[in-house]
Structure formats: structure tokens, C-alpha cells
Design a protein around this ligand. Structure first.
Ligand SMILES: Nc1ncnc2c1ncn2[C@@H]1O[C@H](COP(=O)(O)OP(=O)(O)OP(=O)(O)O)[C@@H](O)[C@H]1O
Ligand SMILES: [Mg+2]
Length: 251
């Protein structure tokens, strides 16, 4: 089977803090996998290592047929090329939207289409409008981020990623900066993306949502994967006290 995403023996420390101590994880094409675990367990760091926003200390990251093994020491030119190739086919949505404040919703989405994919302006506009349409934001294309609610800004953030047609989507708590009444509109978009067969690795604290859309849930603790199982199994048969405590909200 070809993997959409595979991590082999991934290791990462920050000074004395070991975040991962040899993580192995594989995600199949079309799978939706949710990463869960206590604050500080390394969920964000794992997503950031996948597109090399953070450099793993060692280990291998493969996204479809693009892969890179890291060992201690500097990067060769070939490795930098592989990082660019991996970034081209992964898209990441952050908790805090990270939109350009001085660009409209449309401008935010066209930016990378023009400067990274090399689309001309009319083509980028069409691609961007289709993406904004998909997240229900076509009617707000000319608004600036400051003129949009948090939920609307996040939907533009998702459109910006979607427009690039990534083969793997990474979401890091896409709804956790939102007021509760705005969470639903973003989950609706994520649900649609999951149902459409996109490959998604998401960090989320929305346990009900994770249970509903995930093919598997992966529980991280102390640098390791404590459980990797379909949601029903994880909820009915937590492999460890730490998983049980987390799911009951008493961690
Ligand atoms: N740039 C950094 N420099 C030093 N330590 C870091 C850095 N980034 C993360 N860490 C540490 O690595 C560990 C994992 O952090 P990470 O942000 O990945 O956790 P998380 O599971 O995403 O937590 P949360 O649920 O709070 O977002 C923590 O101990 C954190 O303090
Ligand atoms: Mg985090």
C-alpha cells in the first residue's frame, strides 16, 4: 500500500526536553487521523516536523512519493529540495489563522497561487474564488481580515490551503481560537473535507468531532504513541490510564 504520510523513528528534543523518542506513524490516502494528547505532549511539534517548519533531530518523513531522512548535521542542497517538494503537497492550517492583514480574503488566497504555483492573476482568481466558494466565503472575497469574524477568517485560512490542492492536510487546532458559537461553521467545512476523501491529520480538542470524522485517533504521551486505534475502540477500550483520564477530561 502506498502511504499518504509516513513517519519513521522520528526524534525531536528541545534542549533537555525530549518531545519524541522514535515515533512511527502511517496515514493511508483518504484517511482522517486525529492526534490527541495533553498540552505539551508534542502534537503541534509533530505537525511542524512533517512540513519541516521544525527540523526533526532524526528520522524519516514521507509524504506520498516525496521523502526525507534527517540525521544529525547540516542540510544538503538535495535535502532542501526535498523539503520544498514536501511543502508543495502538504497544507497546514494554524490555530490563529495567520492571514495577511493588509490583503483581502481573495488576496490572501491568491498570494501563494501566484508566487508559489506561478499561476497568472486571472487563473489565480478563479482558483481562489472556487476555494472561497467551497468554504462559504465567496461573498466576502473583498473584505480584509479585520472585517471578518474569527470563524470567517479561519474559513479563509482553510480556503488558502485548499486552493493549493495539497495531498495531505494538517490542521492544528483549527477551531480552538474561536468563540464557541463560531466553532460549528468551521467544523462544517472540516467535515466536508473529510467526507470528500482528503487525507487529513488534525490536532483537535473537539472530541465529539474527532470521534465522528476520524478513521483513527492517535494518543501522544511522553514522546510516544500510547494508542493508535479507531475512535470506537479508543473510547470503549482505552489502552492506558492516561488515555482514559484524558478522554474523561480529568487529565
Ligand atoms: N520552539 C520551541 N522551543 C523550545 N521548546 C519547545 C518549542 N516548541 C515546543 N516546545 C516544547 O515541546 C513540547 C511539545 O510542545 P507542543 O507545542 O508540540 O505541544 P502540544 O501537544 O501541541 O501542546 P498544546 O496542546 O498546548 O498545543 C513542550 O514541552 C514545549 O514546551
Ligand atoms: Mg499545540
Amino acid at each position: 500500500m502506498q502511504h499518504a504520510l509516513r513517519l519513521l523513528n522520528l526524534r525531536k528534543s528541545f534542549g533537555p526536553v525530549t518531545v519524541f523518542d522514535g515515533i512511527d506513524l502511517a496515514v493511508a490516502p483518504g484517511e482522517v487521523v486525529s492526534l490527541i494528547g495533553a498540552s505539551g505532549s508534542g502534537k503541534s511539534t509533530m505537525l511542524r516536523c512533517i512540513n519541516f517548519l521544525e527540523m526533526p533531530d532524526s528520522g524519516t518523513v514521507e509524504v506520498f512519493d516525496k521523502g526525507l531522512s534527517v540525521e544529525a548535521g547540516g542540510m544538503t542542497r538535495g535535502q532542501l529540495h526535498q523539503i520544498r517538494e514536501i511543502r508543495k503537497i502538504t497544507g497546514m492550517v494554524f490555530q490563529n489563522f495567520n492571514l495577511w492583514p493588509h490583503r483581502t480574503a481573495l488576496g490572501n488566497v491568491t498570494e501563494a497561487l501566484i508566487h508559489v504555483l506561478g499561476q497568472d492573476a486571472p487563473q489565480a482568481r478563479d482558483t481562489a474564488m472556487a476555494a472561497l466558494e467551497k468554504v462559504g466565503m465567496a461573498g466576502f472575497a473583498n473584505r480584509y481580515p479585520a472585517q471578518l469574524s474569527g470563524g470567517q477568517q479561519q474559513r479563509v485560512g482553510i480556503a488558502r490551503v485548499l486552493a493549493m490542492r495539497p495531498r495531505v492536510m494538517l490542521f492544528d487546532e483549527a477551531t480552538s481560537a474561536l468563540d464557541p458559537e463560531l466553532v460549528g461553521e468551521v467544523l462544517k467545512v472540516l467535515r466536508l473535507l473529510a467526507q470528500e476523501g482528503n487525507t487529513i491529520l488534525q490536532v483537535t480538542h473537539e472530541m465529539r468531532f474527532a470521534r465522528e470524522v476520524s478513521d483513527r485517533m492517535v494518543f501522544l504521551s511522553q514522546g510516544r504513541i500510547l494508542q493508535d486505534a479507531p475512535p470506537e475502540e479508543l473510547f470503549t477500550n482505552p489502552a492506558d490510564e492516561a488515555v482514559k483520564r484524558f478522554l474523561s477530561g480529568t487529565h
